[in-house]
Design a protein around this ligand. Structure first.
Ligand SMILES: [Zn+2]
Length: 217
């Protein structure tokens, strides 16, 4: 596949030494999040989420100036600010790679109105609720303030908590339903089976699934 000629091509720098390029890992602590030319991502979505995380860390707002199947460019929302990041899809191994990165914001840092949208806030809370099922509103407020230097309003947190719980417990409801259906099928096909033992099996299976979830996240 060839990149069609266009006005943005000058952003693409020569980048033949692919082998030495680091692959992006999302494990960095907040504040130590690092992006640079050459870093590779599995998908465009991974690249965009990394840029979102970075933007939240840096306390700025950005917008997508280009976004298609082969290129993705984000610029600072402040018109005069030169900050830009540009990634394109690698023609050979279909990963996405940062080709241009000017990390110099001339605009001031903000402590609100960042790229922390409902999905992003929810995704952070899903991980928390999976680990701590009773994670509360005030704990969420503190978590975002201390971990991300981010002041979120009450309603945003309430909405995101609701979303996150429905992701976590929605999952569990589905699983429980599957296990219960299995139990009912057992009862139908084996009329002698005790309903309580079927329930017990379902509960044990559910506990196992919960454990599997906690370990996974
Ligand atoms: Zn800026």
């Amino acid at each position: 596949m060839k990149t069609p000629p266009n006005s943005e091509d000058e952003l693409e720098e020569d980048n033949d030494s692919d082998d030495a390029c680091p692959v992006f890992r999302e494990s960095a602590r907040f504040g130590e999040f690092h992006l640079e030319v050459g870093i590779k991502f599995g998908t465009k979505w991974d690249f965009r989420e990394a840029v979102r995380e970075y933007t939240i860390q840096e306390g700025r707002r950005i917008r997508l100036a280009k976004n298609d199947n082969i290129r993705c460019m984000a610029v600072c929302k402040v018109k005069e600010c030169p900050w830009v990041i540009y990634a394109s899809r690698d023609h050979k191994d279909t990963c996405w790679q940062i080709k241009t990165f000017n990390n110099n914001h001339t605009c001031p840092r903000e402590d609100r109105n960042r790229a922390a949208n409902r999905n992003w806030v929810c995704s952070k809370l899903v991980k928390k609720i999976r680990k701590y099922p009773n994670f509360r509103h005030c704990e969420a407020t503190t978590y975002f303030r201390t971990r991300f230097d981010l002041t979120l309003n009450k309603n945003s947190i309430s909405r995101a908590l609701m979303d996150a719980r429905s992701v976590v417990y929605g999952d569990e409801k589905e699983q429980y339903k599957m296990v219960r259906d299995y139990g009912l099928t057992l009862l139908k096909t084996n009329p002698g089976t005790n309903i309580n033992s079927a329930r017990g099996d379902a509960q044990r299976a559910l506990s196992f699934l919960r454990l599997a979830f906690v370990e996974k996240f």
